[in-house]
Design a protein around this ligand. Structure first.
Ligand SMILES: Cc1ncc(COP(=O)(O)O)c(C=O)c1O
Length: 460
């Protein structure tokens, strides 16, 4: 069936690497056996195709700790993990909690509550910063973003939002309205009205060229404040405190935006779906900035990498929507997902995973900076905790994105047993489980270096 194509999104760089590239096909030709190809063909026959995910790269038969294992029995250290694997894949404590809960109470119908859901709400109120204390759960990060946006509209009586270009908050129509990536926003008709976007705090590619003035001098924060002043009636600013790419703003960036929001009666929503629960070396990323949002959104690894679970945690004053349905999700108080989440948070606390993320992250960042001195392809290295980014460029002066080379590095690394994703086409993004050992981290950095060397030597 012919359909109008207002955008050509096929070459769009975004969130993740392309799933329909010639390099991927070449990797699959070399690496996959007949049984895997058959399963991939069957997958393609029955699933609707969509960008970034289907058709798929390969098929899995097992996962555990830092490892993925494919149908052919090959193992990959997973430095991607969709950001669900803070406690490692198939963490035994999480699996045990789920099994026990299945035997006690497997589902909770709406109108009822249950002990584990209340325990988890209490726990989140205790561990989240500031006065965040009232909780709603749902099965997906996207759903939680929708609940946060709705709550902000009801609480402020306003409908406008400010968010960041290049951001991702989920793929539903409300989430892509505040999201900033063409591959999600393009060609799907009208989005929510009143969604303004501003440039992210990307000091490497700053629109106001802050590098020429010695680094970030908060022009991007001033611009956001300028938009707030001109729009006047913005319900909320919504952003990840650190975009996964990663873009890491200075502390004063979020502090000044927090103050501006307060001046304008605008709420601040932090999407910590990817990085909460320790990834950046603090339990919550906003703690690096000493800024507490009005609504904090959690997801992904909250369910221990097994159960789908997301949450919003809001200030008590925002409990103003008793007569509206903010979420009304069928699985909103899933005892099994809540048991997984309680086990996950306990595991993170008892095994010092936040401290491990901080210490190993610093060590990895310094090794990756060492690579930059030896490899001209590296334009920038940045990271906080175990959220690490290596940006490849063809020329350090022009900063042209080395997208072809980055894809080469990624598939070569995959062949050597290391899996990671590319963001914006040229940024090697490394997010291992927080349980990772120093030797595994070193091995991953060594693989990245080997692949960079091969790609440079081949002049790809
Ligand atoms: C920052 C961010 N927000 C929201 C989402 C959506 O979460 P989910 O896929 O659980 O709906 C994602 C998913 O990748 C994300 O990275």
């Amino acid at each position: 069936m012919a359909r109008p194509e207002p955008f050509d999104l096929s070459g769009e760089k975004s969130e993740g690497d392309s799933n329909i590239s010639p390099l991927r096909e070449a990797w699959q030709r070399d690496a996959l056996d007949g049984a895997t190809r058959e399963l991939l063909a069957e997958d393609a026959r029955y699933f609707l195709r969509q960008s970034l995910s289907t058709p798929c790269l390969n098929a899995l038969r097992a996962c555990g700790g830092v490892w993925l294992e494919d149908l052919q029995g090959r193992r990959y250290m997973d430095f991607h993990g969709n950001n669900v694997h803070q406690v490692g894949f198939a963490n035994p404590a999480v699996i045990a909690a789920i099994k026990q809960q299945l035997d006690e109470l497997a589902f909770c119908t709406r109108r009822y509550t249950n002990r584990v859901a209340v325990e988890l709400a209490k726990k989140l109120a205790r561990v989240t910063p500031g006065d965040l204390a009232k909780v709603l759960f749902c099965p997906s990060g996207t759903g939680a973003i929708g609940m946060a946006l709705k709550l902000a509209r009801v609480a402020t009586g306003r409908h406008k939002f400010i968010s960041m270009w290049d951001s991702f908050h989920g793929a539903s129509l409300d989430a892509i309205s505040v999201g900033g990536e063409a591959v999600f926003r393009g060609g799907v008709g009208p989005l929510l009205p009143g969604c303004e976007h501003v440039p992210p705090a990307d000091s490497y590619r700053c629109l106001w060229d802050c590098a020429s003035r010695g680094g970030c001098d908060l022009k991007c924060a001033s611009y956001l404040e300028y938009v707030l002043e001109h729009e006047r009636d913005v319900a909320a600013v919504i952003a990840e405190p650190i975009r996964s790419t990663p873009y890491i703003p200075p502390r004063e960036y979020w502090q000044s935006i927090r103050r501006a929001c307060d001046r304008h009666g605008t709420l601040l929503i932090f999407d910590e779906i990817c990085h909460a629960l320790g990834r950046t070396g603090r339990m919550f990323t906003c703690e690096h900035f000493d800024v507490t949002p009005d609504i904090l959104v959690l997801g992904k690894g909250l369910g221990g990498g097994v159960m789908p679970l997301a949450a919003i945690v809001a200030r008590p004053e925002l409990d103003v929507a008793a007569d509206r349905a903010l979420g009304h999700y069928t699985h909103e108080k899933s005892p099994v997902a809540c048991a997984a989440a309680l086990a996950t948070i306990s595991y993170i606390e008892e095994h010092g995973l936040v401290e491990n993320a901080r210490a190993l992250g610093e060590r990895a960042l310094s090794s990756l900076r060492g690579l930059a001195a030896r490899h001209a392809l590296i334009g920038d290295v940045r990271g906080l905790g175990l959220l690490l980014g290596v940006e490849l460029v063809t020329d350090r002066q022009t900063k042209e994105r080395a997208t072809a080379q980055a894809e080469e590095v990624m598939y070569r690394a995959l062949s050597k047993g290391l899996s990671f994703k590319l963001t914006m086409g040229n940024i090697i993004t490394l997010t291992p489980p927080l349980t990772i050992a120093a030797e595994e981290m070193d091995r991953a950095v060594a693989i990245v270096e080997e692949c960079l060397g091969e790609v440079e030597a081949a002049g790809c």
